[in-house]
Design a protein around this ligand. Sequence first.
Ligand code: FAD
Length: 470
Amino acid sequence: MALADLAPVERNEEGIAAVLGILRQRFGERFQTGQAIREQHGHTTTYIPNQLPDGVAFVETTEEVSEIVRVCAEHTVPVIAFGVGSSLEGHVNAPGGGISIDMSRMNRVLAVNAEDLDCTVEAGVTREELNTYLRDTGLFFPIDPGANASLGGMASTRASGTNAVRYGTMRENVLSLTAVMPDGRIVKTGGRARKSSAGYDLTRLLVGSEGTLGIITALTLRLQGIPQAISGGVCPFPSLKTACEAVIQTIQLGIPVARIELVNTLGMQSINSYSKLDYPESPCLFIEFHGTDAGVQEQAEMFGEIADEFGGGPFRWTNVAEERAKLWKARHDAYWAGMALRPGCQNLTTDVCVPISRLAECIEETEIDIAETDLIAPIVGHVGDGNFHVMILVDPDDAEEIARAEGFVSRLNERALSMEGTCTGEHGIGQGKVKYLELEHGAGIDTMKAIKRAIDPLNIMNPGKLFALD
Ligand SMILES: Cc1cc2nc3c(=O)[nH]c(=O)nc-3n(C[C@H](O)[C@H](O)[C@H](O)COP(=O)(O)OP(=O)(O)OC[C@H]3O[C@@H](n4cnc5c(N)ncnc54)[C@H](O)[C@@H]3O)c2cc1C
């Protein structure tokens, strides 16, 4: 994707110069303008060109975020929230320059209410930090994008991951938020009640808004009890189609899988080589069950029978924690394992999501398309939700190959939409999927733009993302 393909945002040189002067004086060492730090806060995870912010502020309180946003609003300068920068579609790029607000120092767990199964955290806390903090409470936070992302970033992209089939996504697990709005006002969207009918649902409006409507500074999250027993394993299948059919049947029968993840043959080869493992090199499902000892045993046996029916197996499962940890580490490392298949490549990762009944058809057509387009592209997926990812490994200097990859991505998105799916199940739109959001929502985009204009009339919050404002 060339710079010319990205939604343009005009630079306001005068405003930026004024803001740089004010923030330097106000934040001293905590406001940085060096090239390396600005590059790191522009987009680094895909082949989308890096567009640097003009300065990076390391904030410590909600009031500091509010102060910076007020200064930027006064001078009409973009503000881009930065969690850990693991988003995959150019989300943290600064096409019109401006100020990156780094949330990593807002990393305090503010409260854990074990009896209510919830907690309140600052937005810079990462999912692993939260689970380490919760270790002795018998509780955990289940949403697990492969990266150790910040909870503010995860709310902003409406992230999910391997556990979503059982516990839902960030949409279901954020109870309320504190956010700084584009005029600097601090808003709290709700309390800790499990449900509420009180007015517009501002929590859900901000979740998934990719920093375009406000900056989240704190979140109240649902927690889960750590299950008494956990079992899991890897099950090989003769083809992608049979693996997907086994998933569909498992979900349709209501077997309460906690995780059910697909990795295709190329993906398995990359995992074996990267993680020094010897799993079967055919399409595999990685599965986990949560419950009581008897419950997880019964679920594993039922799944084994389904796998057998579709020619899969043997399904070897274990409840030994170390073995399960090894299995899921390998699955979470699939991104890096894929990259290692082609040293020097860049990873054009894309995700789509379809209704579960269309999953087999969609993945099968996609694998054929990859072969016909002559791309190196492992497939992995949170298939219990009908969500899968294709990691296309491209030579960043080969324009023809990149054009072929982009053609493939277009067809993949059109295929998912033609099956009543979505152009992204969890990665979000950023810059990379602007045209597919339009394809998916049609006139609905006008309503989204109206909301954006009403809340952020100066268009200073992460401009150039989701859609171009005309
Ligand atoms: C190896 C790998 C595996 C991944 N696997 C998954 C997966 O399984 N599931 C999944 O959903 N994603 C996955 N991702 C993508 C990524 O981890 C998620 O999108 C994650 O939610 C981004 O969080 P972050 O803290 O890195 O946010 P950033 O990348 O820093 O920011 C993401 C977006 O949110 C905005 N933002 C950040 N913080 C705030 C805030 N406090 N307030 C308002 N806006 C904010 C930013 O402006 C930006 O638009 C993966 C990424 C990698 C590299």
